[in-house]
Design a protein around this ligand. Sequence first.
Ligand SMILES: [Zn+2]
Ligand SMILES: [Zn+2]
Length: 245
Amino acid sequence: MHLKRIRDWILDCVFPVSCIACNAPKHTMTNPDGFVCSACLANISSHQWLFCPVCNTKLAGFAQCPTHRGPMRFLGVASSYQNNLLKHLIWRYKYEFCEPLARPLGAMLAEYFIKICKPYCDAHAPEWIITTIPLSHKRMRWRGFNQGALLAQEASQRVNIPYAPMLSRMHFRKPQMELATKTEREQNIRGAFAVRRDCAIQHKRIIIVDDIATSGATLVEASRILKLAGAKEIIGLVLARNSSA
Ligand SMILES: [Zn+2]
Ligand SMILES: [Zn+2]
């Protein structure tokens, strides 16, 4: 890759001069996080429902999917992956390593959570805790940050629910994105996680935050392990779902 392009990307990330979507100069941007102006962020409309983590069906209120009563009760999906701006922001965040985008994206997650998930969580407020999917060491070295963990921490601060890493990654598997079928993904991820020894999971209700869900296999496997370790209940929260991947 051309060095100048790399330098421009880095500068753009650290000192954005304009909205990365519409190029409005920064001084006209009302969003204090920078990077994306408020007007562009407002164009990413947020979902009004919860979804089944397995079949992606919209759920009626907080009811679990009648077909898939697995370890994850429901999945909150903040917005649609069909939204080109959101897709672009997630791409820059994950693959162009634009780490500060965790702030506006985390804010988006928190806003959806407060509106759609929080009324459910309020009943047992002190028992909830936010966690994330751990990355393999290889991925972590490559990206330099865990995109899910940063989102989880941003959301945690904004929704006032504590964050704790709870899982560790056992071995390097193939990235789920590289596998075509749901069965392959389920097999690939099986046994990929273990519970960290330093955290209390018994009787907790856990919100697993990640950037994107695809087949849902990763979230369901993480939920299975947390349930085995004594968690009372698990729900998921992601920015978007890429069902076509
Ligand atoms: Zn803009
Ligand atoms: Zn379902």
